[in-house]
Design a protein around this ligand. Structure first.
Ligand SMILES: *Cc1c(COP(=O)(O)O)cnc(C)c1O
Length: 498
């Protein structure tokens, strides 16, 4: 299997080259030139596999230039006891129609662990394959979840360093505590006195700095990305949609030949794109329901064909979806344009210069054939969270609650009651003040801090605090550096001894 760039100017590369490269040299994103497809008979053969065996099957198709035995070893290590659930991504069936796919049993309690527990192995194996002895330095700007998941994934991985920049005021107390208590001799966590956009812009500037790149080369180091622009972060996410299908069948909620819907709380469009690739591979999916919060740029895009980032930015209780430019959408544009890189480039150029672009009618039709878009504002999100708890005695986090509300709107608009799976992207304990606000009201929330709410939610719901969040308050702070946005490059130089 060969990989090409969405912008068409990077030739063809192997999967290892695509993963090592991160972003394609022409500025585009790598994706497979052709997708594998399972026949119904082959699908039947996947039905009984456990998570690791399923991952070996599916990832083996996408990563044929990796040694299968080595890949199997990476998968065994990535999806083992580090997950608190032996099923890795258990499916919680709450009624005849509806299930939640729990993607938050990994070490950092959000779905990004499914990719970032595996990526370090894929990246370092690719580096070895090409005989590159360089140290790989991962630069991450995070609004909270990616930073901790990258730190946990790369902790003490030989030949790598991780430097995470987080906005001092932009992350929750738990997210901050998760990061600043990170162990590992190769991990660095730096608070930026600014917002996420400033941290992100700083990282982009460092990536683009030719002089710094030369200095890095000379010192035997190279930068890489743990963001979902990297194919190595996207491809592991396809696996759990197949797992959800097998579990739905086992739970007798999906008959042979029947299709199901998935609902994905979406920010950068990575998770839902993995579901789309699953559908291309033969997964019996009907609609992919794209759920946004008040930052509803994707809802408008799917409904009208116009992508317009010129709009106010809202801080919400689902911060991992507070995004106005969804970088993975470029991979979908490649599909919608009929794999036409020149057309993709034209749209991306309009986004850069005008902040907006519009699909042609035929492209919009193609988009709407598969996707349905909706959003939930703060009040609706809180109401949805409470409704799920009251109706099903099932606790979800605010990101997942956005998904539930949008799913309810979808059913009302279409009458489509076929089986649906909502991706539960984070543990309710991780975003516990949003959960507490929904269940007990804003006043009750103010009376306790996030750490006290961990224990209180556990008491009220009878569910244990997830392992990754236990004892957080007592852990020693190992990273206390904070800097101004303008000091980011200097901080990188100092950390790397350049
Ligand atoms: C990252 C994240 C999302 C958004 O996922 P995308 O792949 O960026 O669309 C949703 N929910 C949570 C909890 C996340 O951490």
């Amino acid at each position: 299997m060969k990989y090409v760039s969405t912008r068409g100017q990077a030739g063809t590369v192997t999967s290892a080259q695509a993963i090592l490269g991160g972003l394609a040299p022409d500025g585009g994103l790598f994706l497979p030139a052709t997708f594998p497809h399972y026949t119904p008979e082959e699908m039947a053969g996947l039905f009984d596999l456990d998570y690791r065996a399923l991952a070996r099957q599916i990832l083996g198709l996408y990563l044929p230039d990796y040694d299968p035995a080595a890949l199997g070893g990476f998968i065994a290590k990535a999806y083992g006891n580090n997950f608190a659930a032996p099923e890795i991504t258990p499916l919680a069936v709450v009624d005849d129609h509806l299930s939640f796919l729990e993607l938050w049993h990994g070490p950092t309690c959000a779905f990004k662990d499914l990719a970032l527990q595996l990526l370090p192995y894929l990246l370092t194996a690719a580096s070895r394959q090409f005989g590159i002895n360089k140290e790989i330095v991962l630069l991450v700007a995070t609004s909270g979840d990616t930073g901790k998941a990258a730190l946990a994934g790369f902790q003490d991985v030989p030949g790598t360093k991780v430097i995470v920049f987080y906005p001092e005021e932009g992350v929750s107390a738990i997210q901050k505590r998760q990061m600043v208590t990170q162990e590992g001799a190769n991990t660095y966590v730096v608070g930026v006195r600014g917002n996420f956009d400033q941290a992100q812009a700083g990282v982009k500037a460092i990536f683009a700095d030719g002089r710094l790149r030369e200095t890095m080369e000379a010192a035997g180091k190279s930068f890489s990305s743990a963001n979902s622009i990297n194919w190595g972060r996207l491809v592991p996410q396809i696996v759990y949609y197949f797992k959800a299908w097998a579990d739905l069948r086992k739970a007798k909620r999906l008959a042979m030949g029947e299709t199901f819907n998935v609902v994905v709380p979406t920010g950068n469009f990575g998770n839902i794109l993995a579901a789309y690739y699953g559908k291309k591979m033969g997964l019996p999916l009907h609609k992919l329901i794209c759920a946004s919060n008040a930052n509803n740029v994707l809802t408008d895009f799917i409904r009208t064909g116009e992508y317009n980032r010129n709009r106010p930015f809202y801080q919400t209780s689902s911060p991992s979806m507070d995004i106005l430019v969804s970088s993975n959408l470029e991979r979908l544009l490649y599909e919608l344009t009929g794999e036409d890189p020149a057309a993709v480039c034209a749209l991306i150029e309009q986004l850069r210069t005008r902040g907006s672009y519009r699909l042609a009618t035929e492209q919009l039709n193609r988009l709407q054939e598969t996707f349905w878009g909706g959003f939930a504002d703060e009040e609706e999100t809180m109401a949805a969270l409470k409704e799920v708890y009251t109706k099903y005695k099932y606790l979800i986090d605010p990101h997942t609650a956005v998904g539930y509300k949008v799913y309810a709107d979808y059913v009302e608009a279409t009458g489509d009651r076929r089986p649906a799976v909502i991706a539960a992207t984070a543990s309710p304990f991780k975003f516990n003040t949003g959960v507490a606000r929904a269940l007990f009201g804003a006043e009750a929330v103010a009376a306790k801090d996030e750490f006290a709410w961990l224990a209180e939610l556990s008491r009220v719901t009878g569910q244990p605090v997830p392992r990754g969040l236990q004892g957080l308050e007592e852990k020693p702070v190992l990273h206390d550096r904070t800097i101004a946005p303008a000091e980011m490059e200097a901080a990188v130089r100092e950390i790397l001894g350049l």
